[in-house]
Design a protein around this ligand. Structure first.
Ligand code: COS
Length: 379
């Protein structure tokens, strides 16, 4: 067993950290406040190779391992969790799905553009009545000659507004339940495809989330990913990888909470001494550090297991549940340590608490992760 990162992984960590601290940090509070999508920074992240990290260089990616991806995503999210989720969706929900399940035609046409970050992707599974119960979707894809006609509404789509291409799940045979779900890639601008208004969210406010509307959108049969009826398994196996990304995002938020707590508690003088000299504060900071260390080991183990091509589904769920709960606890304690100042927008730490919450919800709630873990260990 070796806990040492490779030279390459250390370089990726350093590059991501420097980029996040010099480029993302200055405007992060304003982007959050005004809901500004970080376009210019996503372009720079593309130039650094962060938008298709695990995709093979044959398809425009960086051919890196999942640990490198988790490390980079943690560093980006430590400063800006909104930029983190844009990166996470493009890498693990879009590029990884296309590389694993797409035809050569799809890879040539779409994957190259997405893995280089020239174009941005979204992943659209949820519907108003189909959140955790993802297979209960109503969006239909009706086969006609050499195309499918897609009709329905999707919601909570991250990157929904700023993406160019969307991975879409729809029912090709309703009566078959989850076995009737198929997966497609569709392009913005196709007739009948409309994008909703940006949602007004608690956190990750500078990433965009919206509804997508499909009214008899004609999708060529060549844009079917995998075979008809394979869609639900494609979605679930892709989400396994996505959950490592969200766990890394949560880890970044937790680490930011610890860093801010250490720094503030050393500076803030109350009762003639720094806060950090009180055991009550030391205990909070120690607990954060213990839990972050444990969460990082879990994230890296899930990533390692994926890279070993072993079954990593339950480990990804464990990493996501644990890291997201650690992020929520650490960011709440961070606000507590900052006292009244922490509750103010200008402190920048209340944003960590707001951003942390979604990591317990999207790409499968903590409750769903426990279902996945429970089924795996009790089978
Ligand atoms: N990878 C590939 N296939 C998988 C899988 C995985 N991780 N997990 C399950 N499957 C397969 C099963 O093997 C089964 O196929 P067979 O009948 O051929 O064996 C099929 O998928 C259905 O599985 P299951 O019966 O377990 O499905 P359920 O409806 O009970 O749902 C949960 C399982 C709850 C785990 C799933 O619906 C889920 O993860 N929901 C959350 C969805 C989500 O994350 N939404 C967020 C959207 S993105 S923001």
């Amino acid at each position: 067993m070796n806990f040492k990162l490779s030279e390459e992984q250390l370089l990726i960590q350093k590059t991501a950290k420097e980029f996040a601290e010099t480029e993302l940090a200055p405007g992060v509070v304003e982007r959050d406040e005004k809901k500004i999508w970080p376009k210019e920074f996503i372009c720079k992240m593309s130039q650094l190779g962060f938008m298709g990290m695990m995709t093979s260089s044959d398809w425009g990616g960086e051919s890196l391992d999942t640990i490198s991806y988790a490390i980079a995503l943690e560093e980006i999210s430590r400063v800006d969790a909104s930029a983190g989720v844009v990166m996470s969706v493009n890498n693990s929900l879009v590029c990884s799905l296309l590389e694993k399940f797409g035809s050569d035609y799809i890879k040539k046409k779409y994957l190259n553009l997405l893995a280089t970050g020239e174009k941005i992707g979204a992943f659209s599974l949820s519907e108003p009545q189909a959140g955790s119960d993802a297979s209960n979707m109503k969006t239909s894809a009706v086969k006609k000659d050499d195309y499918y006609e897609i009709t329905g509404i999707k919601n909570w789509v991250t990157n929904g507004i700023n993406s160019d291409f969307v991975i879409l799940f729809a029912m090709t045979e309703k009566e078959l339940g989850y076995k009737g779900i198929s997966c497609f890639i569709i392009e913005k601008g196709w007739d009948g495809f409309d994008v909703g208004h940006p949602e007004n969210k608690l956190g990750i406010r500078s990433s965009d989330t919206c509804e997508l509307y499909f009214d008899k959108v004609k999708v060529p049969e060549s844009n079917l990913i995998g075979s008809e009826g394979q869609g639900f398994k494609i979605a679930l196996s892709t989400l396994d990888g996505g959950r490592i990304g969200i766990a890394a995002q949560a880890l970044g938020i937790a680490q930011a909470s610890l860093d801010a707590s250490i720094s503030y508690s050393k500076q803030r003088i109350q009762f003639k001494k720094p806060l950090s000299e009180n055991q009550a504060i030391q205990y909070k900071i120690s607990d954060m550090a213990i839990e972050i260390e444990a969460a990082r080991l879990l994230v890296w183990k899930a990533a390692w297991k994926k890279d070993q091509k072993q079954n990593f589904s339950h480990l990804a769920s464990m990493a996501k549940v644990y890291s997201s709960e650690v992020a929520m606890k650490a960011s709440t304690q961070c606000v507590q340590i900052h006292g009244g100042y922490g509750y103010m927008r200008e402190s920048g730490v209340e944003r960590l608490m707001r951003d942390a919450k979604i990591t317990q919800i999207y790409e499968g709630t903590s409750e769903i992760q426990r279902v996945v873990i429970g089924r795996s260990i009790l089978k």
